[in-house]
Design a protein around this ligand. Structure first.
Ligand SMILES: O=C(O)C(=O)C[C@]1(C(=O)O)C=C[C@@H](O)C=C1
Length: 282
């Protein structure tokens, strides 16, 4: 049976995102690290694809994942914006005063920084939110709390000691859907593309790229720069482009080829629904 590689275990946010994209009965192949997710998606015949978190509206970009994507040769075939509610979970009956340590995925800890700053708990980074919850249940730990979803609380029989503890009420993580299948048809209707490019470090070189994008009527929804290792502070860029008609993208790619020194198209796909994010900027 084909499955989808995800970072995290039963009850993780990656599992919820995979089910949102592929359907509730989707089988997942759980991986401890993002590196493993990419390796499974590349080489494991059982995997039809993979989900990988790429950015969060509070904690920001997951920069190492851009690098993994670049090296992987995988295609982006879709994306999911998932609303994330973080909760402080404890072994049943444990009072807050008993907590000494809080365990969770580093991105989850970052999302709850303001709440955690009000306490003097030791913060411990783990592979995954759900795994932290499972650990507390298995060890019946009363001095350790976890940060995870209410789904994880139910799955592992834990109490929610504090609900919705992320720094801002509206908290979204964006997941990329990845595939190794170079021949897979593009999503229809596709209205988003992701590219990677280099420009020479000289006056106006990035401005030319931006002019092409704007000139084709494309919305640049994300631009991320990265130092190129060993290049004496040259930078490469990742851009997400949103358009109405495929012809706009084709025209832009043709022109971008002339104003960049390297250009790679990661994929053309349907933009994920992110209605909730607009509430942040009414
Ligand atoms: O730990 C999990 O549950 C995950 O799925 C990982 C992850 C992440 O990588 O950002 C997913 C969504 C949340 O932003 C917190 C953690």
């Amino acid at each position: 049976m084909q499955c989808i590689a995800i970072q995290g275990f039963e009850g993780s946010f990656h599992q919820v995102a995979a089910q949102r994209f592929y359907g509730a009965s989707t089988a997942v192949l759980t991986c401890a690290t993002f590196r493993e997710v990419v390796a499974k998606a590349q080489h494991d015949e059982r995997c039809a694809g993979a989900l990988m978190a790429i950015e969060n509206s509070i904690a920001g970009s997951i920069l190492p994942n851009y690098n993994l994507l670049k090296k992987s040769g995988l295609r982006i075939i879709g994306e999911v914006y998932l609303e994330i509610s973080q909760n402080l979970l404890v072994y049943p009956g444990t009072p807050l005063s008993a907590i000494r340590e809080v365990h969770s995925h580093p991105m989850a800890l970052l999302q709850c920084q303001d709440f955690l700053d009000r306490h003097s708990w030791k913060l411990v980074e783990t592979e995954d939110t759900a795994l932290s919850a499972r650990h507390i249940q298995q060890n019946q730990s009363r001095h350790i709390a976890g940060i995870a979803s209410t789904l994880a609380a139910q799955l592992y029989g834990l109490d929610v000691a504090a609900a919705d503890i992320q720094t801002m009420k509206h908290n979204y993580t964006r997941f990329l859907v990845l595939s190794r299948d170079a021949g897979a048809p593009e999503a229809a209707p596709a209205n988003k593309a992701s590219v990677y490019f280099h420009v020479h470090n000289e006056k106006g070189s990035l401005a030319k790229v931006l002019q092409v994008i704007a000139g084709c009527g494309i919305d640049l929804s994300k631009l991320q720069s990265f130092p190129i290792p060993g290049s004496n502070w040259q930078y490469s860029f990742h851009a997400d482009l949103e358009f109405e008609h495929r012809a706009q993208l084709d025209q832009a790619l043709k022109q971008l080829d002339k104003v960049t020194t390297e250009l790679h198209l990661y994929g053309v796909y349907a933009a994920g629904l992110r209605a909730g994010l607009q509430l942040l900027y009414p």
